[in-house]
Each structure stands twice: as C-alpha cells, then as structure tokens.
Design a protein around this ligand. Sequence first.
Ligand code: 13P
Length: 255
Amino acid sequence: MNKKLRQAIIAGNWKMNKTRPEAKALIEALIPVAKNATCGVVICVPFTNLETAVELTKGTNIKVGAQNCHFEKSGAFTGEISADMLTEMGVEYVVIGHSERRQYFGETDVTVNKRTKAAVAAGLKVLLCVGELLEEREQGITEEIVGLQTKVAVMGLTADEIKNIVIAYEPVWAIGTGKTATDEQAEEVCAYIRGVVEKLYSKADADAMTIQYGGSMNPKNAAGLLTKENIDGGLIGGASLKAEDFAVLLEAASK
Ligand code: 13P
C-alpha cells in the first residue's frame, strides 16, 4: 500500500473568516490539539492574519498557508500579493485555484497555472484545488474536467517541482453545502487524479503525491474518507474554524 509512504495533510482553509483577535484565539486553541498529530497540519488564513499565524505557530507543528498569490513578482497589481511576499514572512503553503476564486473572481485554468508556477518558483508548497460542478458530474464529465484542470495547472512544472504540489479534489457541489461526496466517489476521483499525474510524470511521483479531499469534510465523515487508499488528508473549510472539530480530523488523519 503506497498510502503509508505518503504524508496525509489536514489543511484548514479559513476563507474570509476571523479578525486578528479571533485568529489568535483559534490558533492558541489549535496548538495543543495539533501537538500529537502525525499528519501534516496547515492553516490557510486570510492575508491579514498571516503575520499573527506565523508568529504564534513558531516552534509548533502547525504550518501556515495563504489562500492565493499573484503570478508576477511585483508591480502595478492593486490588491494582489506576490509569492515572494509570502515566503519572506515565513508562509510555507498557498491555496491556488480554489473553486470560489474560479467562480467569483474569474480564475481560469491558465491563471491557476501561472500562479502555481510563481508559487513553486518562490519556494511555496501549493494546495492546488480542482473539482467539478454538479452539472458536470451529472453530465458524466467529472474526469474530463478534473483531468484538464490538473493538466493545465501543472503545465511547465518539472518532476522536481511537482514534489511541491498537493492536489485537493474539491467537488464544487460539496463545498459548504453539507453534501459530502461518498467515500467511493471521492476515492474514485482522487485515484483518477493520481493516474493523471502518473501519465504526466512517473509512477513514483504519483505514488508520492499527497491528494486531499475537500468539501464538507467534518468530524462525522472524515474517518471513512481518510481510510481510502488515494485520499491523503483533507482541505477543510467550516470544520477548520472550531478547534474541537479540527482536532477530530487531525486524529482521524493520524491513524
Ligand atoms: P467546507 O469544508 O466548508 O465545505 O469547505 C471546503 C473547502 O472549500 C476547503 O477549501
């Protein structure tokens, strides 16, 4: 079983939640509950909380991520943040291509690719999100959609660079809806994505890649999803905002 060779990562995506004092309180509650986790632990916080998160998590097993970065190094891009700005602060991860960015902010496969390349070049690890819409699943084109998103996103990345990519399979219809993909549906697509990576790179690269599931993962459904061969952790929205819920997910991924 190759699953044992890979690191499972539980990453919280806080989205647009938590002021600085609220972030401080949550991180202080997370530190003790994350301490014994054997899986990777990441919190992806709003830009305004990055400095707080980096400071508070120093010397702990919690890594800090941002939720996006721009593809240019600097310049006239009002409202954007560069990958170098993140690494300079001590940020290690960045979410790229989240469906909310694709849906509401005009993110495309091409801009996802540009951002991914810039992030990797700056030394960040990327939590790269892919996933189909409900109508795409119903049309029977989940694999085509997710396959294309994956292939375009990693275009131009070398085999060495692909080691810095974690893929998060997040079916859009399962995000924030309380509707989780079944263990089998999630496993099927994560296995498919691993196959895509194998074809593009190698079996060794595909076997080594952490592939997460995301979409209404919570303390009740996590154990089933996380025992699947091709699901190596999760990207967690709602359940990452409560330390007691996040603790259950860390425990499930640490088994
Ligand atoms: P929920 O866990 O709230 O469904 O969000 C999932 C997600 O979008 C993580 O990136």
